[in-house]
Design a protein around this ligand. Structure first.
Ligand code: UDP
Ligand code: MG
Length: 362
């Protein structure tokens, strides 16, 4: 079911004076209202977890405190992304005690974006929220996100607005990254947006039709369009532990964003190459000029300038070849059509999911 009303480019920020708030779903043909008239709207929450043994219990408590009073049929999907600590055991206990919890165990650590995809693929609810399990995304935002959904938005993005959180290094690298991305990508990806967002069933269905291996969900959701609104939030301190995004993972995500959303690096190579060709042309004209005037004896073949040119030209060729290599690598990975993740097991009763264990459509 798609709530796409054709307004695919609308992106709006929620401000203090946001009008149209109607939690009781009174007037207005909100996406949720239509559903609420017939049955209770099913809300699925996807939580990726990697070595979050110290956070997961209190995260779950906070999440349930916020979601239990909601007039939605709530299901929580914890995706254990190959944790090597006690996360799996704790999740087993949580699922055993709560019929609304489903645990998806991946066979190894596939990374945040793959874990999110694994969760999104098994959801069946009318509306899906993805949220990190380390406590940095305040669940208190969920009622507001749902209100916006009921007002007809298909995508509710959240954007960090706090200056204190996260740490300076993360903030500055994030700023540089989004600046670069906005230069090189045709897709409008909003800076500081987290993977904490609400998606209507229509958007989740569209995402499932994007089987690409290199997944940068922020960009993919932006690329899809739909009626979108941005909700600012202040990031909370982690409940425990530290970032599970190693430098390697962060660079990987940045590369996925740049190379799967932009052809600019390839074009950059062409531009660089063209500059050097032009330079060579100038040199020919320069040399010819001496010959035409019969002063060719004045031309001292300079070893250093020659070397300089060779090195520069060689360097450019290598850079360009490197860019092409990266794209070839990406193409190689895409044509293999490997699944983005592998589900080892899936447990949890699932009130609405009894009809058959949901599995990824890899
Ligand atoms: N995570 C994951 N797989 C990974 C890395 C992270 O599932 O390989 C989870 C992690 O447990 C957390 C969320 O993804 O719930 C975001 O990670 P983290 O909070 O470490 O990222 P940061 O806040 O540093 O951006
Ligand atoms: Mg985090």
């Amino acid at each position: 079911m798609s709530q796409d009303d054709g307004d695919t480019s609308t992106s709006r920020r929620v401000g203090a004076s946001d009008e149209g708030a109607d939690p009781a779903m009174g007037a207005g043909a909100g996406a949720g209202q239509v559903l609420a008239d017939t049955k209770m709207v099913a809300l699925d929450i996807v939580v990726p977890l990697y070595n979050e043994e110290r956070s997961v219990e209190s995260f779950h408590q906070n999440l349930m405190r916020v979601t239990t009073p909601l007039a939605f049929d709530v299901m929580i999907y914890y995706v254990n992304d190959g944790s090597t600590d006690a996360t799996a055991t704790i999740l087993g206990k949580i699922a055993g005690a709560d019929g609304r919890v489903v645990v998806i165990e991946l066979s190894r650590n596939f990374g945040h974006q793959a874990a999110l995809s694994a969760g999104l693929d098994v959801t069946k609810g009318d509306v899906v929220i993805t949220i990190d399990g380390d406590g940095q995304h305040p669940p208190e935002l969920i009622p507001e996100m749902l209100r916006l959904f009921e007002n007809g938005y298909d995508v509710v993005l959240t954007q960090r607005n706090d200056v204190r959180q996260p740490a300076f290094l993360k903030r500055s690298t994030s700023a540089v990254f989004y600046w670069l991305l906005s230069r090189v990508s045709d897709t409008n990806i909003i800076p500081g947006c987290a993977d904490y967002r609400l998606l209507s069933r229509g958007v989740v269905a569209s995402l499932k039709e994007m089987p690409e291996y290199h997944r940068f969900l922020r960009g993919m959701v932006a690329w899809l369009g739909y009626r979108t609104v941005i909700l600012p939030y202040s990031e909370q301190p982690r409940i425990a532990g530290r970032s599970k995004y190693s430098l390697k993972k962060m660079i990987g995500l940045a590369m996925d964003a740049v190379f799967s959303f932009s052809l600019v690096p390839l074009r950059l190579g062409i531009a660089l190459g063209a500059c050097f060709l032009l330079l060579a042309l100038f040199e020919v004209v320069y040399v010819l000029w001496y010959w035409l005037r019969g002063e060719q004896q004045l031309l001292v073949p300079g070893w250093s300038s020659l070397m300089f040119m060779i090195l520069l030209a060689g360097g450019t060729t290598m850079v360009v070849t490197g860019f092409i290599g990266i794209y070839v690598g990406y193409i190689f990975q895409e044509v293999k059509h490997r699944p983005v993740y592998v589900v080892k097991s899936l447990r949890g009763p699932g009130s609405r999911r009894d009809e058959g264990a949901p599995g990824p459509e890899a």
